[in-house]
Design a protein around this ligand. Structure first.
Ligand SMILES: [Zn+2]
Length: 476
C-alpha cells in the first residue's frame, strides 16, 4: 500500500525501537530543522496476515511522551466518562469517529471494517495516542482534537500552508512549512478519485466521482488544519474547467477548506509546475517541464522562469476514453493513441519548440510510475525516484510491457497507484511521444510539481485568510 521512502522506514524503526510489523506510509511529519515522521498509516493486516486494528500510529517520541503524561493523569477514564454523559454531543461525536475510523480501514481491506474503531474499540476511549494520531491524519475525532489542544505545539513551528491540486484523475495534498532553505514537507498525499471521469463525453462531473472527491477533500482540509496550516489553496485544472456542474464542487471546497476553488488556465498550470519542478535545480541551460495529467498535458520552457507555456487537451484519461476499447489495447488502438499524441505535439512544437531545452523534467504520476517500473522498485519510493534519470529506451520498454498487460495485471504491480492502471498506457504513450519528438534521450523525473509551485506561491504571498476550523472542545 501507499508509498514509502527508505529513510522513513529507517526513521520509524528508530522511533519505535523495533522493526515495524506492518507496511505503512507516513501521513504527517513534524517540521523544523530536523523533520521526522509524526503519524504513520498502517496496513490493516500485519506481515503475518493478522488483523492490525490501529490504523494511525503516533511515532514522534516527543508526541508519544506528551500524550503518555495525559494518560497517566487519568484522562482516559475522565474522557470516557465525559463521552458516557453525552450531554454536549461529545459522546455522539466520539461514536461517529469510531465509525469513520473503521470505514477508513475497510477502504483498504473490506473485512477490516468489523475490527472496531479507534484503537480497536467500539465505544469509549482506549488509547489517547491512537485518537491523537487519528486527528493528525485528518480524522474528525473529538478526543484527538482535545489532546491536540493540550500537547501542541510539540516543537517550534514556522509558517505553514496547504495546497490541494484537483486533477482529472487524482486529488493531491501538500502541507508545507517555510524554511530558510525552501519547503519542509509535513504531509503529501494522493488519492485517485477520477473527478474527470466522462466529463469529456457528458460535460458534467459524475455525482459519484464528485462525492468521492469531496470526501477526500474533507479529510485533507482537517489534516491541513490539524497540522496548523494558516492558509490553504485548492486549485483545479483541466476536467473541472470544462464541467457544467462546477458549482457543487465549489460549494464543497468552500465548506471543507474555507477557501475558494481556483480554476486555473492550462498555461498557469504549466507555469506552476515549472516553478515547483525547477526549485533548487541548477540546470545547464533552458529547462522543459512536462506535466502529463488525466485531462490535459502541460509543457513549459524557460531559464529560471518559463518564457513559454502550453496546455494541450491530451491527457491519460481523456485519451483512454477516446481510443481504448479492449483490454489489453489492440495494435490499432495503440496506433491511434500514438497518432493522437503526435497530432497534439504538432501544436506544441509550433508554440514552444521544446527541443531547444537542455533538459526535460517530467513530473506527475505517469512519469513517476514509469520510472518506478524502469527502476524495478518493489514498492513506490519517492526518494528513489525524485530527480532520477529515465532513459528513453527504458521508457519505451516500460510502455511496451504495460501495453501488453491487462488492466488487472497492471493493477497488481506493487508500484501502481490504484486507479492509474487503466490509463497509464495512454499516459506513457504521451511521455514517450514527447521524448522522441523533441529529441530527449533522457528525462529527469521529479516528485515536485504543481503542488510545490502552489505552496511556494502561497508562502510568497504572505499570511492571508486563515484556514477555518473548529477549536478543540472545552473539557475540564
Ligand atoms: Zn516530533
Amino acid at each position: 500500500m501507499g508509498e514509502l521512502r527508505a529513510s522513513d522506514l529507517a526513521a520509524v524503526r528508530d522511533q519505535l525501537g523495533r522493526e515495524p510489523t506492518t507496511t505503512f506510509s507516513v501521513v504527517a511529519r513534524c517540521g523544523g530543522p530536523a523533520p521526522h515522521p509524526l503519524v504513520i498509516r498502517n496496513h490493516p493486516l500485519d506481515a503475518g496476515g493478522r488483523p492490525f486494528p490501529t490504523r494511525y500510529w503516533l511515532t514522534c517520541p516527543d508526541a508519544v511522551r506528551a500524550v503518555a503524561r495525559l494518560e497517566s493523569d487519568g484522562w482516559i477514564r475522565r474522557l470516557s466518562e465525559r463521552a458516557e454523559e453525552e450531554s454536549d454531543g461529545f459522546g455522539a461525536a466520539l461514536e461517529e469517529a469510531h465509525r469513520a475510523y473503521a470505514a477508513d480501514r475497510a477502504d483498504e481491506v473490506p473485512e477490516a471494517g468489523g475490527w472496531g474503531g479507534v484503537g480497536g474499540t467500539r465505544r469509549g476511549v482506549k488509547c489517547l495516542h491512537a485518537h491523537y494520531a487519528h486527528h493528525l491524519a485528518g480524522g474528525d475525532d473529538p478526543v484527538g482534537a482535545w489532546v491536540a489542544g493540550r500537547v501542541e505545539p510539540l516543537h517550534p513551528e514556522g509558517r505553514r500552508v496547504a495546497a490541494v491540486d484537483l486533477g482529472t484523475n487524482s486529488i493531491r495534498l501538500l502541507v508545507a512549512e517555510e524554511m530558510q532553505t525552501g519547503l519542509a514537507e509535513l504531509a503529501r498525499d494522493m488519492v485517485i478519485t477520477r473527478i474527470g471521469q466522462d466529463v469529456d463525453r457528458t460535460g458534467r462531473i459524475d455525482p459519484r466521482a464528485l462525492a468521492r472527491t469531496l470526501s477526500v477533500l474533507e479529510r485533507y482540509g482537517r489534516r491541513a488544519r490539524a497540522l496548523h496550516a494558516t492558509s490553504m489553496r485548492v486549485s483545479a485544472t483541466s476536467a473541472v474547467r470544462d464541467a457544467s456542474n462546477r458549482a457543487e464542487l465549489e460549494e464543497g471546497v468552500r465548506r471543507h477548506t474555507g477557501s475558494e476553488l481556483r480554476v486555473i488556465p492550462g498555461e498557469r498550470e504549466a507555469e506552476l509546475s515549472f516553478l515547483g519542478a525547477t526549485a533548487g535545480l541548477e540546470p545547464p541551460g533552458p529547462v522543459a517541464v512536462l506535466d502529463i495529467g488525466g485531462g490535459s498535458t502541460e509543457l513549459a520552457v524557460g531559464t529560471g522562469r518559463p518564457d513559454g507555456a502550453i496546455s494541450t487537451r491530451m491527457g491519460s484519461v481523456r485519451l483512454t476514453e477516446r481510443h481504448v476499447r479492449h483490454d489489453p489495447p489492440t495494435a490499432e488502438e495503440r496506433a491511434s493513441l500514438a497518432r493522437a499524441v503526435d497530432e497534439a505535439l504538432d501544436e506544441v512544437e509550433r508554440a514552444l519548440a521544446p527541443g531547444r531545452a537542455a533538459i526535460l523534467v517530467a513530473v506527475a504520476g505517469t512519469a513517476t510510475t514509469v520510472q518506478a517500473l524502469a527502476l524495478g522498485l518493489s514498492r513506490y519510493d519517492p526518494e528513489a525516484i525524485h530527480r532520477s534519470t529515465l532513459a528513453l529506451a527504458d521508457a519505451e520498454r516500460v510502455l511496451e510491457d504495460l501495453a501488453g498487460m491487462t488492466v488487472a495485471q497492471r493493477a497488481s504491480l506493487p508500484v501502481m497507484a490504484p486507479g492509474r492502471e487503466d490509463v497509464i498506457v495512454a499516459g506513457a504513450t504521451i511521455l514517450v511521444g514527447v521524448m522522441r519528438r523533441f529529441g530527449f534521450a533522457e528525462a529527469l523525473v521529479s516528485e515536485s510539481d504543481i503542488l510545490d509551485g502552489l505552496a511556494v506561491e502561497l508562502l510568497a504571498e504572505g499570511p492571508v485568510s486563515p484556514a477555518e476550523g473548529s477549536p478543540p472542545p472545552d473539557i475540564r
